[in-house]
Design a protein around this ligand. Structure first.
Ligand code: ADP
Length: 533
């Protein structure tokens, strides 16, 4: 794993490095300049000493009083900074030196103190006044300063006539000044500079750390945290924008990106959810259509079979009924048999009724379609049912939509369906209850719907798919043909019949009939919405 180096550490390190290099360079330049200035100072010091010697020794020289001269020079040479002073005559012989061992020695023309003037055949005598830096055997630095002692008019005119008037330079005054003090000062100066540099580095480093921490590290850390949150799927939180600089702009851009990501995800989720709903809806529709198709096919094939059987049974049944009725009204009939004959008549009538309904079910009855108001038809059926003993304890609730167009169907057949649904509802509520009847348009506007909703015992889930099958009944005296016939009628009229039910809560049948397009109402067409009872 790669080692993590913080931004602050990198920034501080690089800044400190640059500063250090810069300081070292500055130290070098400073040191050179300092040395130059100090050497200049030492040269002027040496020149000063030479002048002092010149002036103090003038009288002694005029008097050719060498003892006094040497004494004066010796005294001056006792100064701490002066390494040694010597006098050299025209022949290069050391005539005086504060180092006794040197006295009498001869210095060649190529010695350091002479080469400055004697490096050419004709030395430039007037310029003879120069300095040099010498490193002694013990490693100490010394500034050598040589000053020419020029012949003076007073010298020529002196009683001793010691120097001829053509002698321009009488000798050399060679002063060596120790540069140890200078080196010491330089060392001190460099140490001070080093300490100052360290302090400066410390200060600048601290400043850089603090500044970087507040200006860079904190905003960057916030961005890193935010990126982690976004990566984990949190698209709600935002980075606080606290500055107007590049990092502030970056934070703003990041927030914008997070926002856009959030919107995109929301859109995707909504799209996914709506897709799921659409798929569910389509699946439901397909299932309903499949069921309808299955039921239609079943009804069609069953219809043919039933038609054959019903037709064959109908004639014998009519015969039985006829002869039973004749026997029943015959005076010769033993009164003890009257009840049995009546029983034969009632059961045969029941069979005849079943056969009649079977024939109704199987017959391809042609629907005589016409335009009529479903609201009105509902009112008519309520009025019809109102008299029926089954509805004595039932409370009718009507909720009729205004502006309903007429439907196009066979009104007599639709009435038969409604009566059947009403009767079934009443049978589901033997103790009484509410029968809510509401009309409305279908969402697609192609049908007018009527919902017949009771508060009866409901239909168990497992029976819901079977109630439209012929002969399916849960009643002891039921035929199981009512709903299958109704279903066939509704289909034949281009409509739909749907059911929803919950056990112990109730059942709702929805009858949907196609709209007669030319009858879209402009004003409300409401029947009386009050309770039918
Ligand atoms: P039948 O009424 O002769 O039984 P139907 O075809 O009319 O025949 O009804 C079939 C079955 O559907 C009924 O036996 C009953 O179980 C169920 N059913 C129909 N309508 C309702 C309803 N409103 N409430 C509860 N069950 C019903």
């Amino acid at each position: 794993m790669k080692m993590r180096i913080s931004l602050i550490a990198k920034f501080t390190f690089s800044t400190s490095l640059i500063l250090l290099v810069f300081m070292l360079l500055l130290d070098n330049i400073n040191n050179k300049n300092f040395r130059k200035v100090m050497i200049g100072y030492a040269v002027s010091n040496a020149e000063e000493v030479a002048n002092i010697i010149n002036q103090s020794a003038y009288d002694a020289m005029m008097r050719n009083d060498k003892n006094s001269l040497y004494h004066i020079i010796g005294k001056i040479a006792e100064s701490e900074d002066i390494a040694h002073i010597r006098l050299i005559d025209q022949k290069g012989q050391v005539v005086f030196s504060n180092l006794n061992a040197e006295i009498g020695s001869v210095i060649g023309k190529h010695a350091d103190e002479c080469i400055m003037c004697h490096n050419s055949e004709s030395p430039d005598v007037p310029k003879l006044n120069s300095s040099r830096i010498i490193t002694t055997k013990s490693g100490k630095e010394v500034l050598g300063f040589t000053k020419a002692i020029h012949n003076q008019p007073a010298c020529i005119a002196a009683s001793c006539h010691f120097h001829g008037k053509h002698d321009t330079v009488l000798g050399l005054l060679d002063i060596s000044i120790s540069l140890e003090m200078l080196r010491k000062k330089s060392r001190e100066y460099r140490l001070d500079f080093f300490v100052l540099t360290c302090l400066l580095l410390l200060m600048i480093g601290t400043l850089v750390i603090v500044q970087t921490y507040f200006l860079v590290d904190i905003p960057v850390q916030r961005l890193v945290r935010q990126s982690t949150l976004v990566a984990a799927g949190d698209l709600e939180s935002r980075v606080p924008v606290s500055s107007r600089d590049e990092l502030g702009e970056l934070s703003e851009a990041f927030n914008l990106m997070t926002n856009n990501l959030g919107n995109a995800r929301k859109e995707l989720e909504e799209w996914g959810a709506s897709l799921e709903l659409k798929v569910e809806e389509r699946t439901r529709e397909v299932k309903i259509i499949e069921n309808q198709l299955f039921r239609s096919e079943k009804l069609a094939s069953l219809g043919q079979l039933v038609a054959g059987i019903a037709h064959e049974i109908n004639n014998p049944l009519t015969g039985i009924l006829l002869f039973a009725s004749i026997v029943s009204s015959d005076k010769r009939l033993d009164p003890a048999l009257i009840a049995d004959i009546d029983r034969i008549i009632s059961e045969t009538s029941r069979c005849a009724d079943i056969v009649k309904r079977l024939l109704e079910f199987s017959r391809e009855s042609v629907a005589h379609k016409e335009s009529f108001s479903l609201n009105k038809k509902m009112e008519e059926v309520i009025a019809l049912m109102y008299q029926h003993p089954n509805f004595q304890n039932i409370n009718f609730i009507k909720v009729c939509a205004p502006y309903l167009p007429d439907v196009i169907a066979d009104p007599a057949q639709i009435q038969q369906v409604l009566v059947n649904l009403f009767i079934n509802a009443s049978q589901a509520m033997p103790e009484g209850g509410d029968l809510k009847l509401s009309t409305r348009m279908s969402p697609d506007g192609g049908y007018v719907c009527i919902e017949i909703k009771d508060t009866g015992h409901g239909i168990p889930e497992e029976n819901l798919n079977r109630i439209f099958d012929p002969f399916f009944t849960t009643k002891t005296d039921g035929t199981g043909l009512g709903l299958s016939i109704s279903y066939g009628i509704v289909e034949n009229n281009g409509g739909k019949l749907e059911v929803k039910s919950r056990v112990d809560e109730g059942t709702a049948f929805t009858l949907m009939l196609p709209v007669d397009d030319g009858t879209m109402p402009l004003t409300p067409r409401l029947p009386d919405n009050s309770n039918g009872k």
